[in-house]
Ligand binder design. Structure first.
Ligand code: NAG
Ligand code: NAG
Length: 311
């Protein structure tokens, strides 16, 4: 072996020894410790997929590639994390969740927030329910399982009349996706989590729209919004694209979210700039900075988080 090759190989060996955690260098997976666990996993409205592992275990090594892919696919939608149970400081944590074999994959599911109650009466910071993933350790069943555990706060609206009454009843600001699709994408459900308690999220398929009469119920209370809807709905009925609009009925204001692509970052930017609000979670939130640091400060782009991407 040439000496430079030897150098490269021994460098690799060194990395394997030094990087004692599997995912220290992964930009999408958070290596949890007793210090970060509760804040990352329990103090959020997001769902988390966690692998409890030991570095020496062969099945864990096999799962590593799949976890890395899952982290990427679920980015911005479900948190993906891991706990190295071989690490002495983590042993209690693994005991607390009754981890017996490696790897153990679990999903932590947030409690539902009752937004109809005033903030002071809502249950705060209740722990998430944990559930062991018993299915096949393959990418798509694991991803589907995690996605099925996202709390859904997006309400479907099935017609123009219903949309008007929903807007009229709103106590909060609302975000309406006039959607080219029937299905609610996981990313839009994540947008609803980012803005929980600030914007209520709705979706209405373009196909369910019908023209809005001039003397509709919003015309007196919200003349500007009413006019906007009268102009926009006929266009949207013909459209093959989705349109995202934020409404503030208390002030009779609306804003179509102009994005070249509907990423979580662009949506958060548009909403915070136009309505002077900051998101609870996700891009531009305080929490996101904290999470970024835990992901070892590795920069990652927000490129893939489009409303209609299909994780
Ligand atoms: C979930 O969202 C609600 C509404 O914004 C908020 O009051 C609550 O604190 C959030 N829960 C956690 C654990 O962050
Ligand atoms: C919308 O749903 C209601 C029941 O929730 C139903 O009665 C109504 O026909 C539906 N309208 C459309 C346009 O699908």
């Amino acid at each position: 072996m040439r000496s430079w090759q030897w150098l490269v190989w021994s460098w690799f060996g060194l990395q394997v020894v030094l990087g004692q955690n599997f995912y220290d260098l992964d930009p999408y997976i958070i290596e949890l410790t007793p210090k970060s666990f509760d804040k990352v996993v329990h103090q959020t409205n997001y769902t988390t997929l966690i692998e409890f592992y030991a570095p020496w275990c062969g099945y864990c090594q096999q799962l590593m590639g799949i976890m890395k892919k899952a982290g990427k696919v679920l980015d911005g939608v479900v948190q993906v994390a891991s706990v190295n149970c071989d690490e002495p400081k983590n042993k209690k944590l693994c005991g607390r969740y009754k981890v017996q074999g490696f790897p153990t994959v679990m999903v932590f599911r947030p409690p539902k927030v009752d937004l109809s109650k005033p903030v002071s009466e809502r249950l705060q910071l209740r722990n998430h329910a944990s559930e062991v993933y018993q299915g096949v350790r393959k990418l798509s069943p694991m991803v589907d399982f995690a996605l099925s555990r996202i709390k859904n706060y997006v309400k479907r609206v099935n017609g123009t009349g219903k949309l008007c009454s929903v807007l009229q009843e709103q106590r909060r600001k609302s975000l309406v996706l006039f959607s080219k699709r029937d299905k609610v994408s996981p990313i839009y459900r994540a947008v609803a989590l980012d803005w929980l308690g600030i914007f209520d999220c709705f979706t209405i398929p373009n196909a369910k729209l019908s023209a809005l009469a001039q003397d509709n119920q919003l015309a007196t209370t919200n003349p500007q919004i009413s006019q906007f809807l009268q102009e926009t709905i006929p266009r949207q009925m013909q459209s093959k694209e989705s349109l995202l609009v934020a409404f503030d009925t208390a002030n009779d204001q609306y804003r179509a979210i102009e994005c070249d692509s509907f990423t979580k970052l662009q949506i958060s930017k548009a909403l915070s700039e136009n309505f002077n609000v900051t998101p609870m979670e996700g891009p531009l939130s305080k929490r996101e900075k904290y999470l970024q640091n835990l992901r070892t400060g590795k920069e990652k782009s927000q490129k893939t988080n489009k409303i209609h991407d299909e994780p």
